[in-house]
Design a protein around this ligand. Structure first.
Ligand code: KG4
Ligand code: ZN
Length: 331
């Protein structure tokens, strides 16, 4: 069964063709227009999706070597995400479903992130703990089945990727600066400076305080200081941002007596996070699963993977389905 999946919840226009839940192609067009604004401009994101979606779809079909007529179902993200961006992908999918006479499957973007761990990963079995760390989300999800997920903890304010990007901006880096901090942190001292992490209830996260602490700290320093201490600053900021992720993930693994830990979302690419979690997994006898980078960040293959489970149970969506910008896991 060939399935065409569409993702357009934020600033990436993505289409993937899958065969029986495994991607044959995975095309992502990342919008560069937002770079100069230091964050995603929602209205511009919707327009870029409109411009890109047809070509991205053609590329995904070409890369898979599949004709439109061979597609058996269409999947699209229906939430959560930016209202205008979601509308473009979902409406395009409805048009295809209607014209080709094939089922439409609406997918929850967050559930798809959590299930992306299972792409090309035969060794990962339920139950597992998934740490979702991206520009929009920071949460710990207990996954007992493809359709049974429970949020154990999540951020009370900023997402960790957002905090990385805001701190990067304070250091003068371009958007999104998470990877720049990560790269410079590898040769810095993580304990050179101390940035406090807000105290929140068990398994929860809070990141707006770290950004403010960095802001106040840098405000009193001359430009020379930042230049001379850049690697140590990056390592120390990263240390403050990663600490709660690691301590909460370890606590949840122990509380739930799990063996399998997975990470996904853009921040899962962070070298420091991977290294520390790998050490924790080794120490505790757990298995750590990290999807290939192309499935970590926003992509349509994960939407297709989630849709494939729904397709197997004939859980199709009506053409009247509406997008849900504030959709939550399990909705
Ligand atoms: O999942 P994702 O591609 O999409 C959104 O949620 O928008 O995540 C993007 C986020 C950005 O905040 C980016 O700075 C961060 O992931 N990111 C990183 C790294 N690579 C991407 N953060 C830290 N270290 C990295 N290596
Ligand atoms: Zn995402």
């Amino acid at each position: 069964m060939y399935l065409l999946a569409i993702e357009s919840s934020c600033d990436d226009t993505a289409v993937s063709v899958l065969k029986d839940g495994e991607p044959l192609s995975n095309v992502v067009s990342s919008q560069m227009v937002h770079e100069r604004y230091g964050g995603v401009v929602p209205e511009m994101a919707s327009r870029e999706h409109q411009k890109n979606i047809v070509q991205v779809c053609r590329n995904a079909l070409n890369n898979a070597g599949i004709g439109m007529g061979e597609i058996g179902a269409i999947a699209a993200t229906i939430g959560p995400g930016l209202p205008g961006s979601l509308l473009v992908g979902a409406t395009f999918a409805k048009g295809l479903s209607l014209s080709l006479g094939i089922p439409l499957i609406g997918v929850n973007h967050m559930e798809a992130h959590v299930l992306s761990l299972l792409i090309s990963q035969e060794n990962l079995k339920f139950p597992y703990l998934c740490l979702v760390v991206s520009g929009g989300h920071t949460m710990l999800v207990l996954v007992t089945e493809w359709n049974q997920m429970q949020i154990l903890g999540q951020t009370q304010d900023d997402a960790v990727g957002e905090a990385f990007d805001k701190c990067a901006k304070l250091l003068g880096f371009r958007y999104p600066g998470g990877k720049i901090i990560d790269d410079l942190a590898t040769t810095g001292n993580p304990t050179a400076f101390s940035f406090p992490v807000a105290k929140v209830p068990e398994l929860q996260f809070s990141y707006s305080g770290v950004k403010t602490a960095v802001q106040y700290f840098l405000r009193e320093k001359p430009e020379e200081f930042i230049k001379e201490n850049l690697n140590d600053l990056c390592a120390s900021i990263q240390n403050a941002l990663l600490k709660p992720l690691v301590s909460n993930a370890v606590l949840a693994m122990k509380q739930q007596q799990l063996q399998n830990l997975g990470i996904c979302g853009g921040v899962a690419a962070n070298k420091g996070l991977r290294k520390i979690l790998q050490e924790e997994a080794k120490r505790n006898g757990w298995k750590l699963f990290v999807p290939d980078f192309e499935y970590c960040t926003d992509n349509a293959a994960m939407i297709g993977r989630a849709a494939w489970y729904l397709w197997k149970e004939k859980k199709f969506s009506p053409l009247t389905i509406a997008t849900e910008p504030r959709m939550v896991i399990g909705q």
